[in-house]
Design a protein around this ligand. Sequence first.
Ligand code: ACO
Ligand code: ZN
Length: 211
Amino acid sequence: ASGSNQMQIDAGQKAFGAKQCQQCGLVYTVHEPEEEQLHREYHNSVHVLRFKGWIDEDIVAVYTEWANDGRIIRLTEQAPAVRLERLNELIKLVDKELGYASYIVPKTFVAFFAVRKQQIVGMCLVQPLTQAHRFMQIDGIDYCSEEAYEASCGISRIWVSPLQRRRRIATKLLRAVQLHTILGREIPMNRIAFSSPTDDGRIFARQVTQC
Ligand code: ACO
Ligand code: ZN
């Protein structure tokens, strides 16, 4: 529920108690115990977004227009355990907002973090695929691609911090996916499949894939 209409709280929703927290940015409905609980949990775990950087991090793009330290870094399942632990914590935070009950992480993946002002402001978790169809399930995750029957990778999750949306951060993350998921090969947009998209995800995917 809170995954959609993040930035467009209209008067109608306000009347029903939709509220955006000034600190964590989450949009939730006040006086709905489940949503208030979700907000508390989300709010209490935003500290996982603090990011001082890693030595020898794998930087795939630099965006000084975001901030001095604006960049996108890449991580795979072969990363050191502490870094994978960090990714897991981040996925838990993202899944809270997405309302995923049990979070499944693919065995083989490429993850991208967008970093700005010592904060993780976005992430994208990608599963490289050798062959795929319109609807498919790999490692327990459902994927569908609206137009293409063939896919080169599946977006398991894409997420941008609620306070940083509509600044093209997800667009840049997707560009990193295209260029830096498969070594030496650019993935065309129409070969990227999205896993059970939310409303936001569907609008975003339509916009960036032009289909
Ligand atoms: N409403 C309308 N259009 C949108 C929206 C939206 N909520 N989000 C993106 N777009 C379109 C716009 O055309 C936008 O360009 P514009 O701002 O110039 O009009 C274009 O897509 C590019 O958007 P970005 O700024 O690159 O997207 P952003 O950084 O805001 O991130 C995302 C989009 C990842 C969907 C973000 O809203 C988010 O994290 N939402 C919550 C989590 C979520 O739903 N993730 C997708 C789940 S599906 C999956 O993970 C496979
Ligand atoms: Zn909050």
